[in-house]
Design a protein around this ligand. Structure first.
Ligand code: GDP
Length: 488
């Protein structure tokens, strides 16, 4: 499946990567997750906390005072857009607004000057580490399994997924249109376009639906990046192909060819130029949204995490194995936005994510890398408190809900601080994953947590007008796992 040229090119990339590594030690950290999982906020908060000496007690190098300074430098890859750190921080800090989310790949180089903990290392290391942070949509990663699938496999699986109870109604229009089109008929651009548009509308509906379904490939149908409106995206799965070979000149042949072109010209280069060069990876997930939507959405999230993990560390015998030049040795699966829960629930959230990650690791035929999990908030938008209700004292979270957010019939104006009882996560983890259990589609079922979106927090300033560091939950634990050992 991979041609000799691919492999030769990757070998060269690796050699040159290693050569530069000799002069300035660098670590490539991939940050991914499906759209709105929290990538942009995570990178902005992480960089800000490092540059401005934020409170990071679980990040050992910082805690022991060994970090001399951290600063931004020019990134090594000129062809990749830069992560717009300054704009994002201005939105968060000055406007108390969330920044624009990730829509394509971007990169940022953060250099840390530090003192090694041991005298031995001090003699041999430069005391300087460049972390190249690579931000990219998780949707694009979900395309990678397509490399091992023919158009017939892709079509069959797409229809299988489309008739699952969680997606059946959302895929109805596309399936009805497909049923009217004969794959063996002559190729015709209008049919191809109508099918592609209808299929893309179904994929987008899955994403926007309150059931919080995770994503199905092709990922560029949802996050086109610079391919918006391009013919490379004008294809769709076809029904009832079986093992039949396409008749030359048929719609089937045309779709098959475009699907293969998508793999060759979009998926493969992305994988080769970016993913295979990563050393470490964090996968952000919006577990809270899935938990709220019920076990169907959790199962779906687990499937997405499984597919994502199988891209990074394919087991032996996978055709992907040979493509990797570097080896990702640590992966962190992180549930963000834990500030929507009271801290008493944070361990429970982490236990749920651990279960999800364990199951995904087991299913992904995945070997070799350390996988850890964390329940965190890259940017903490709430404080904690208690309110008395009758004789009971309830733990609450306090923050400023975004204008237009609603809870119990009340609509917020974006200016008023409010205390919200967020609810508890279920004690029984099995229930969270039990797809025979209730889904929260109907109003009659109480969602696990009451979820409103808050504005970023008001930051305290010192007497000199300096903004204090951005508050977070367990961001330091994430940092320690992702880069701590390189600063030992
Ligand atoms: P991306 O698509 O993965 O880049 O997602 P973003 O980083 O843009 O985050 C999407 C949205 O999630 C933001 O606009 C915020 O509303 C919310 N969000 C992300 N991180 C946090 C967090 O740490 N705490 C809270 N309360 N909300 C967050």
């Amino acid at each position: 499946l991979t041609t000799f040229t691919d492999e030769a090119r990757i070998a060269l990339d690796t050699l040159s990567g290693r050569a530069t590594g000799l002069f300035s030690p660098s670590l490539r950290l991939g940050v991914t997750g499906l759209s709105r999982a929290g990538k942009t906020v995570f990178i902005s908060a992480l960089v800000h906390n490092l540059i401005h000496g934020g409170r990071l007690p679980l990040f050992e190098a910082q805690k022991s005072g060994r970090i001399a300074r951290a600063f931004l430098e020019q990134q090594p890859d000129d062809a990749v857009p830069r992560f717009q750190y300054e704009d994002h921080i201005a939105a968060l800090v000055n406007d108390r607004a969330w920044p624009d989310s990730t829509r394509a790949i971007s990169e940022l180089r953060l250099t840390i000057e530090y003192e090694s903990a041991s005298g031995w290392s001090r003699m041999f290391s430069s005391g300087k580490l460049s972390v190249d942070i690579v931000d990219y949509p998780g949707e694009w990663l979900l395309d990678l399994p397509l490399l091992g699938k023919s158009f017939a496999d892709f079509s069959r699986e797409a229809f299988e997924m489309a008739v699952l109870p969680v997606r059946e109604d959302l895929s109805q229009a596309w399936r009805t249109l497909s049923a009217q089109i004969d794959p063996n008929a002559d190729a015709d651009e209008m049919s191809a376009r109508r099918l592609a548009e209808s299929f893309a509308a179904y994929l987008k509906a899955c994403k926007l639906d309150e059931r919080a379904l995770s994503t199905l490939p092709p990922g560029r149908f949802l996050m086109p990046g610079d391919l918006e409106g391009s013919p490379a995206l004008t294809f769709a799965p076809l029904a009832g192909l079986g093992d039949r070979r396409p008749r030359p000149g048929s719609l089937h042949a045309m779709m098959d060819r475009r699907y293969e072109a998508y793999k060759t010209h979009v998926v493969k280069p992305f994988f080769r130029e970016h993913i295979t060069r990563l050393d470490r990876q964090i996968v952000l997930i919006d577990a809270m949204q899935a938990l709220n939507a019920g076990p169907g959405a959790m199962a779906d999230l687990e499937r997405a995490v499984t597919e994502i993990l199988s891209c990074f560390r394919p087991g032996r015998g996978s055709f992907l194995t040979d493509l990797f030049s570097r080896r990702i040795d640590r992966i962190l699966v992180a549930a963000t936005k834990a500030d929507h829960l009271h801290h008493e629930s944070h361990d429970r959230l982490q236990a749920i994510v651990r279960r999800l990650a364990d199951r995904a690791v087991a299913r992904a035929n995945f070997t070799g890398a350390d996988v850890d999990v964390v329940a965190m908030a890259a940017m903490r938008a709430t404080r904690e408190g208690t309110v008395k209700q009758g004789r009971e004292t309830l733990p609450v979270i306090i923050g400023t809900p975004i204008a237009g957010e609603k809870i119990n019939g009340e609509t917020f104006d974006g200016k008023t601080e409010t205390a919200i009882f967020p609810g508890d996560l279920p004690e029984n983890i099995d229930a969270v994953f039990d797809i025979s259990g209730p889904d929260h589609k109907q109003d009659s079922v109480d969602p696990a947590i009451r979820f409103v979106r808050f504005r970023p927090p008001k930051l305290e300033r010192t007497a000199e007008g300096v903004t204090l560091s951005l508050p977070h939950i367990r961001l330091d634990r994430a940092l320690q796992f992702l880069i701590g050992d390189h600063l030992a």
